[in-house]
Design a protein around this ligand. Sequence first.
Ligand code: TYD
Length: 152
Amino acid sequence: MRYMERTLVLIKPDAIEKRISGLILDRLDHLGLQMTGAKVVSLTEELARAHYKNLEGKPFLEEVIQYMMGEFNNVPNHKIYAFVFQGENAIAKVRQEIGSTNPEKAAPWTIRGSFGRFIGDVMQNCVHASGSPEDAEKEIALWFKPEEVLDR
Ligand code: TYD
């Protein structure tokens, strides 16, 4: 069992446009983790590319960047909502609640299964959550200054 993990959660432009941010936070709240960081971010292309560095060379990368920048949704200011959640098994708990990457394969009761969709080839899957402790720490450092996250 992993102890006291941290994970980065992003509410993406499609979820902001659909006004389901509250619903997503409500579902995550029920996991019993601690929210230790929260902010509204105006995403830069630089941050989007750094966040999805692992997708370099993938054919869908450019469209994912456009999606994250809000180009496919009616959301001004390149807005993304970013959170840090902390707790026992935080990474697996949050990933289980949001569901598989592909919204058509995600279990219907998950966030992505309920609200995600394809627009062309792009998966608009509402929410990001870190996939491993290593990724989580890298991602938290990209999105948050240390003083913006409550101490462990
Ligand atoms: P990835 O890091 O593989 O998944 P996850 O977000 O579940 O950790 O992919 C990052 C994002 O890229 C994913 O949320 C949606 C998008 N994506 C596509 O649009 N098409 C694809 O075929 C894949 C694998 C991902």
